[in-house]
Design a protein around this ligand. Structure first.
Ligand SMILES: Cc1cc2nc3c(=O)[nH]c(=O)nc-3n(C[C@H](O)[C@H](O)[C@H](O)COP(=O)(O)OP(=O)(O)OC[C@H]3O[C@@H](n4cnc5c(N)ncnc54)[C@H](O)[C@@H]3O)c2cc1C
Length: 441
């Protein structure tokens, strides 16, 4: 079967790789000149298998006024004349219930479990070098209140199979000795997860593309998908700025830009971009580097040691347009490094970056077949795309490989039934835009 995967971020690259690995003919394309230059480029580098709690939760709802209206907050909301923003916001507020948050946590943990196992399988077969390390993660809580909330989440996740330890301040220091130089830092305690991992997401994309090519797959960079050629309920080709590409099945993996492309097919996706930032700074020679990745919950900032550099990622802005990186955002992250790890890094010329998290209101991505068509969606991974990429790829590959059988037998099943990962939002249940609901059967 020939499958065309649109979008070569970490989600599209992983999808195309899994399909090529399973002997399918794949064609991966991207508008950029190289893979992984979108949101997958310089994110927080966390393979955060046990920290998947949806952003929408009762605690977020309680803290929302403070988060949104205090100056210097890591979370910002810029209202826009954009119905999508308001529709997404209302769905987000609805998703802040304890029930939805619990359900989302369970779904995301299941996807994360599948991702961890899949990535391990891939790495055993390939010689990739994307700075992968299983170095553990320490989450620092600024107050007793936040520590109590974390304790509750740890207990809840323990029942779902996660192994995490709640630590006092001194124990935090034992886990990560590089924190000892931060006298000004105060924390009430923390949570330690020994089997959390890190890696460079951009380098993983590059590795995946090399492996796709070595398995006979085609990769076209600098090719932008614009619309589709449809016959009844099926898509026969994607129309790009460089001509049509035919295939038996199509996967939309265009991250935060999926909404307009999906609209060409009459698919409405509740995905909204949430902007975030990172800086990458080199370690000073002879400095005591952190062993683990560290998250400061007070600052909502993650610090990941990536080879010879420290990657620092932070902030969530709903409604920010463009990919500019304002100086105050950089200064905040530079100050966070200086205060958390004094003297560790050369902070004179940080490499700065901004990206757009493709977020659903529930934080659960959309992975599955669109209704009864040959279009598949692998989008909406929000703050967890790097973590969930491998599991989502196997899930969508499973759906696609079942598709010819389904087509032949006429036994058309829903996307969520097709998906091997139970966490996926049911693509079949996503609403369609009223004007075009009949385009895809
Ligand atoms: C600050 C920040 C920190 C983060 N930290 C982490 C982290 O630590 N761990 C984690 O798991 N996740 C993290 N994330 C989230 C993660 O980066 C994303 O979920 C993930 O990169 C999304 O991948 P994607 O492939 O869906 O999108 P992208 O990487 O954006 O890829 C989509 C691709 O589609 C292409 N494209 C779009 N439209 C078209 C078109 N019409 N035709 C052709 N090509 C097209 C784009 O060029 C792009 O290459 C973070 C995000 C941010 C912003």
């Amino acid at each position: 079967m020939k499958v065309c995967v649109i979008g070569a971020g970490v989600i599209g690259c992983a999808t195309a790789y899994e399909l090529a690995r399973q002997g399918q003919e794949v064609h991966l394309l991207d508008a950029e000149q190289a893979p992984g230059l979108g949101t997958s480029y310089a994110n927080g580098a966390q393979l955060s298998y046990s920290y998947v709690e949806p952003f929408a939760s009762p605690a977020t709802l309680r803290g929302l006024p403070k988060m949104l209206f205090s100056s210097g907050s890591a979370v910002r909301f810029q209202p826009r004349w954009d119905w999508r923003q308001w529709a997404w916001g209302l769905q987000f507020l609805r998703a802040c219930s304890a029930k939805q948050s619990l359900q989302g946590t369970a779904q995301l943990l299941e996807m994360a479990r599948s991702s961890r196992a899949t990535l391990a399988r891939w790495m055993a077969e390939e010689a990739w070098s994307f700075d992968f390390e299983e170095n553990g993660k320490l989450v620092l809580c600024p107050s007793l209140e936040s520590l109590r909330l974390q304790e509750r989440q740890v207990a809840l996740q323990a029942a779902m199979g996660c192994q995490q330890e709640v630590l006092g301040p001194r124990e935090c220091l034992e886990k990560e000795p590089a924190l000892q130089f931060a006298p000004a830092m105060k924390w009430a305690g923390g949570v330690w997860t020994s089997d959390e991992c890190i890696g460079d997401p951009h380098r993983l994309c590059v590795d995946l593309v090399a492996s796709i090519r070595s398995r006979g797959g085609s990769v076209s960079m600098g090719v932008q998908a614009r619309t589709f050629v449809r016959h009844g309920g099926r898509v026969s080709a994607v129309v790009t700025d460089q001509g049509e590409i035919t295939a038996d099945a199509f996967v939309l993996a265009t991250g935060p830009r999926v909404v307009s492309l999906a609209a060409q097919l009459g698919i409405y996706l509740p995905i909204y971009p949430i902007k975030g930032y990172s800086i990458t700074v080199p370690f000073r020679v002879g400095a005591l580097k952190p062993r683990a990745s560290v998250t400061d919950l007070g600052r909502k900032t993650v610090f990941a040691p990536l080879g010879t550099n420290l990657r620092v990622a932070a902030m969530a802005e709903v409604g920010a347009s463009g990919l500019d990186v304002p100086a105050d955002r950089v200064n905040t992250m530079v100050a966070a490094v200086a205060q958390t790890f004094p003297g560790l890094c050369d902070l004179d010329a940080p490499t700065v970056w901004a990206g757009l998290r493709p977020a659903t209101p529930t934080s659960v991505p959309v992975v599955g077949r669109w209704r009864e068509s040959n279009v598949f969606l692998n989008v909406g991974h929000g703050a967890l795309g790097f973590t969930l990429a491998a599991g989502s790829a196997t899930s969508i590959a499973h759906s696609i490989l079942e598709y010819p059988t389904i087509k032949m037998t006429g036994n058309i099943r829903r996307a969520a039934e097709d998906a091997s990962v139970p966490g996926a939002i049911e693509a079949a249940d996503m609403p369609v835009s009223p004007s075009s609901s009949s385009r895809i059967q």
